[in-house]
Design a protein around this ligand. Structure first.
Ligand code: 5AD
Length: 453
């Protein structure tokens, strides 16, 4: 009765939350399984950012509930953003769910499963669904335990939860609550422990990481708390690379730009959500920057790191987006020359300001605009990868690739590279000569001198 399978939808923060839940469950004697057909408890850690993500999880839950009909002792839980967003209302569609746990209550999951199990063992039928979507002070400090695979090289560290920006399209302030940061000392300690356990690359996570600690720490000499944190993580011995996601363009002041020039572990890759290239749409979205300011940030970063890699998020078809406004997005999108981008069709999120706006964009128009940007992205990515042909890149070896044919790792610019290697190189930074490229990945050969691979 103690085999748990967790399925995660959505962003890296959700992945990290699931990992922390798994670590807490393990400590409580539960067994985490990878095979969903062999579990007694299934937890769906959900995403609400677009309607499609919610529909996927609901579809899965409907399907899994069939299993419950055959085996009444089977436990199904819905965790995270959709649990927070919809709460008890989920029971209308899914009356047989046992557990609904919001984003500030992940750490309660072990207790709730224990309770369900005790009730079952006493022969009592499960009386009703356990629902807990309350807010909890300091819940951001509960996401700290890791489950590291053997020889795990990369890890996520949650530094902050929630967001107060109130972008007009976005459900996150509702699902994740107010911006709350973890104490810097605790984050640094967690990173040190990970480094001591063999982790070489850390990605700092939050909904708006550039605002990290803004209410808790002072600026010292024009340096924001976020950059202070980067400095401290940069100083951890054994750690080789630092990334973070997601920032807000407004957080790219001089101190963060300069950090790319002086913190050697900070990778020259940045995810910088643009959302729209039209000033009118940005205002309607409640995004406090202009296209010109955004372009300035990109130029500043390229000035400090000419080899910078950029990725972004774009929403096409925000309510009222005209063809001309979309063309402004297209133009800026081309000009920024992104290496990677996530293009989303605007999805109505009920309760957000944009949901009530007139002039919703028809689906066909969203689809068309989506395709236009994806084609540009493909061309950009091919062009960038072509410039890498014949170069030698520093690659952090992560492990065997999925097909088990060779090994995989990433460049500092976050490009995936496949190459032949040996197990003892896992966790090492190695030079790889790139001899073939596709749109998404690079292929190469170790360029080791004096080292037997
Ligand atoms: N519709 C479409 N995309 C959205 N995003 C956030 N809210 C919506 C929405 N309502 C996108 C944004 C954000 C990313 C995580 O998801 O681009 O940066």
């Amino acid at each position: 009765m103690n085999r748990v399978f967790i399925k995660t939808y959505g962003c890296q923060m959700n992945e990290r939350d699931s990992e922390a839940v798994a670590a807490m469950l393990r400590a409580r004697g539960y067994r985490m399984v990878q095979d969903e057909s062999a579990c007694d408890v299934m937890l769906l850690n959900t995403c609400s950012v677009r309607d499609m993500a919610e529909q996927k999880a609901i579809g899965k839950a409907v399907h899994v509930i069939q299993k419950k009909k055959r085996n009444p002792r089977f436990v199904l839980g819905i965790l995270g953003c959709m649990a927070q967003n919809r709460g008890a209302e989920l029971l209308d569609a899914l009356p047989d769910v046992d557990l609904i746990v919001g984003t500030q209550k992940f750490h309660q999951v072990p207790d709730y499963l224990d309770n369900l199990r005790a009730a079952q063992e006493a022969g009592a039928p499960i009386a009703s669904t356990i629902i807990d979507i309350a807010e909890e002070a300091d819940s951001q400090n509960t996401i700290r335990e890791h489950v590291l695979e053997d020889r795990q090289v990369t890890a996520f560290v949650s530094i902050q939860q929630g967001c107060n920006m109130d972008c007009a399209f976005c459900i996150v302030p509702k699902t994740r609550g107010d911006e709350r940061s973890r104490p810097m000392d605790e984050i640094v300690r967690e990173c040190e422990e990970l480094a001591a356990r063999g982790v070489r690359e850390i990605t700092l996570l939050g909904q708006i990481v550039t605002s990290y600690g803004r209410r808790d720490y002072t600026h010292t000499g024009g340096v924001t708390p976020f950059v202070q944190l980067l400095e401290r993580v940069n100083a951890i011995p054994g750690l080789q690379r630092i990334r973070f996601t997601s920032p807000h363009p407004r957080g790219f002041k001089e101190d963060l730009i300069a950090a790319y020039g002086r913190l050697e572990k900070l990778c020259e890759y940045v995810h910088l959500p643009l959302q729209s290239g039209s000033d009118r749409i940005l205002r309607a979205m409640n995004r406090p920057y202009t296209r010109e300011r955004y372009r300035q940030i990109v130029d500043d970063l390229r000035r400090v790191r000419p080899d910078m890699y950029f990725s972004t998020d774009i929403i096409v078809g925000f309510p009222g987006e005209t063809e001309e406004e979309f063309q402004q997005t297209r133009e800026l999108f081309e000009a920024c020359n992104y290496d990677m981008a996530y293009v989303f069709k605007y999805s109505i999120r009920s309760g957000t300001p944009a949901a009530g706006m007139a002039d919703q964009t028809p689906d066909e128009v969203k689809e068309e605009r989506n395709q236009v940007l994806l084609r540009i992205l493909e061309a950009n990515s091919n062009r960038r990868n072509a410039t890498l042909l014949g170069t030698t890149q520093e690659v952090l070896v992560e492990g065997p690739d999925r097909k088990g044919l060779g090994y995989m790792g990433r460049t500092r610019g976050n490009r995936i590279v496949h190459f032949a290697a040996t197990e003892r190189l896992i966790g090492e930074l190695v030079p790889v000569r790139i001899d073939r490229v596709s749109t998404a990945v690079l292929y190469g050969e170790l360029a080791l001198t004096g080292v037997n691979s």
